[in-house]
Design a protein around this ligand. Structure first.
Ligand SMILES: [Zn+2]
Length: 288
């Protein structure tokens, strides 16, 4: 029998924490309404304070899965109506808490759905600090607030990244682009560390990027798959990448990173407010 996940952990920080495998919460943000806060029932740990829907991870569950599951169980938030953007981890060694930042991607019909929750309320970011908050959420809030509704967009210069590893791509450019596409899909699970993409959020942050692979020449016609959009360059790849970058930059809060080693392209996308990532750095983050 597996040991229960819903137990207190005696942590080296001197406190008791909830969840043998750590805990996670969902910070759901709607630009029109604010963030979804939950007042905890009187009988739970830190009862009667306001915090996020969330709870202990089950064995084998990722923090993102746990946060989305708990939001469904406690607040009736349907998993298909949220888009997870990033995560921030508070690491205690013996225990960790992950805040999963998400935006609304459908019609949210929240309601108090189980007894751990006493009340749900959409709260404007300016007003959050005025609530009686759970102390850990209160401490984390300023850092979390800075990343609300912020997405990471990763634009991949397919020809340049494919050409950076000598795996026989010159014999089959289309097949090499398909291999890269399939590897990029892993980012929708693993995410990219903030330190790698220079998102400016901090060392404790990870991003689940929107991935746009730009292909050209013989690699054109590669099909998109879940987690990876594909843009066929009509003429030259650089112009297509610049156009995709400009479009992504139209949401000013989003962080756009272009994976390329091409010097001229780097200066063109940097002028648009994007940052760049070397192919080797990107490839090191992908599953083989
Ligand atoms: Zn601790």
């Amino acid at each position: 029998m597996t040991p229960p996940a819903n137990v207190f952990v005696r942590c080296s920080c001197g406190r008791l924490h909830w969840g043998r495998h750590g805990a996670a919460g969902l910070l759901l943000s709607d630009p029109a309404r604010g963030v979804l806060l939950q007042r905890r029932a009187w009988w739970v740990h830190h009862g009667r304070t306001w915090a996020l829907p969330g709870g202990a991870l089950e064995a084998g569950e990722t923090p993102r899965e746990a946060a989305v599951r708990e939001a469904r169980e406690e607040a009736a938030v349907a998993p298909g109506t949220v888009r997870t953007l990033s995560a921030s981890v508070v690491e205690h060694g013996d225990w960790r808490y992950t805040t999963v930042v998400a935006s609304v991607a459908g019609r949210i019909e929240e309601r108090v759905a189980n007894s751990e929750s006493a009340e749900l309320r959409w709260v404007r970011p300016d007003e959050v600090a005025g609530f009686r908050l759970h102390r850990d959420f209160a401490a984390a809030w300023p850092g979390l607030r800075a990343q609300l509704d912020r997405a990471l967009v990763l634009v991949v210069d397919g020809a340049n990244v494919v050409g950076s590893r000598p795996d026989g791509w010159w014999r089959d450019r289309f097949g090499a682009a398909v291999r890269l596409r399939d590897q990029l899909a892993s980012l929708s699970v693993t995410g990219l560390p903030d330190a790698v993409v220079g998102g400016g959020a901090g060392a404790d942050w990870t991003w689940w990027p929107r991935v746009i692979l730009v292909v050209e020449g013989r690699a054109r016609g590669v099909e998109p798959i879940p987690g990876v959009e594909v843009v066929d360059a009509e003429t030259d790849g650089d112009s297509a990448i610049v156009a995709v970058t400009a479009e992504a930059r139209s949401r000013p809060g989003d962080h756009v990173v272009v994976a390329t080693a091409d010097r001229e392209l780097k200066s063109r996308v940097t002028a648009l407010g994007a940052t760049t990532l070397g192919p080797a750095t990107l490839l090191a983050e992908l599953r083989p």
